[in-house]
Write a protein that binds this ligand. Sequence first.
Ligand SMILES: Cc1ncc(COP(=O)(O)O)c(C=O)c1O
Length: 369
Amino acid sequence: MIAFIDLKAQRNRLGDRIDAAVARVLDHCQFVMGPEVLEFERQLGAFGGAKHVLSCANGTDALALPLMAWGIGRGDAVFVPSFTFAATAEVVPWFEAEPVFVDVLPDTYNMDSASLEAAILAVKAEGRLVPRVVIAVDLFGQPADYPRIAEICDRYGLKLIADSAQGFGCALAGKQPLAWADVTTTSFFPAKPLGCYGDGGAVLTNDDSLIEVLRSLRNHGAGTDKYDNVRIGMNSRLDTIQAAILIEKLAVFSEEIALRNQAAERYGEGLAGAVGVPTVIAGGVSTWAQYTIESDDRDGLAARLREAGVPTAAYYPRPLHMQTAYKSYPCAPGGLPVTEAKAPRVLSLPMHSDLDPATQARIVSAVRS
Ligand SMILES: Cc1ncc(COP(=O)(O)O)c(C=O)c1O
């Protein structure tokens, strides 16, 4: 069976570096907030063009922390795509605010700025909720249309979060999403393009006052010292062992993004004409968290590929606005026709930086036949 995401191959390629990094932490025993955590935050900031980085326990907390810092609460609207992983919307009701679901574009699957603006105007006209935040998602690894989305956020005075759990490292016009967003968040879940060996996440920002509040929130609302609690916070830290692993992974991340792009190019050449192949926004560079094709017979194709030893995944078969937990929340005017049309058609193929041309040729021929 071909691997969907081959973490073992990456581990073999990195050799002893990870073992040595973990061994150093086991020797110094500073398992929580050890020196590797601060060093990783510094290196991630340099990579991500961010003045400040807050590492945290996972990519879901990374979304929740800025909402908490901005005091998002009851009566507030947070605009999110429905075609995303649940975490993007889930953090909003944690604070008794409401997610408002927005449609996506048919070519990139990312937030449709026209649907976003219509949703903001509808919420304002109704007057029940106050528009506060937009969370744009870099779905499958490619940047959302940040210039347009940021312009709308500026016009209506909204904060912008780039949920780059899948797209961390992506770029648009040579810039990372933080060039437009107030914060970028990411996840280091093992299957993500930059993953650790457990759970982890981070918030990146250039905002000096926000980072102070985020640091306090991550540590139970600490003030001047550990036992001075100035606000209600939480416990959300990246383990030192995970930071040590991430330092080694970050060192090869740019190279891996290039390898993923080469694999995507090979898929594109092999599959064009047979199935719908992905389109990247003009001027964009994807990290290819997923390589997602479209088919009229998605489930049939998935079953045939499984028989041929090719694993696939459907992200996301049921959009959030149609899920039991989320169906009572508002949607953009006119509903989400693109989201609903895409959900039954999308199928993600094996994608990782160690995907060799021979394995890919097998996958391509299985899809084509
Ligand atoms: C778009 C998106 N946002 C947020 C998350 C949440 O990240 P985590 O699983 O680290 O909490 C994920 C990952 O699973 C994701 O794909």
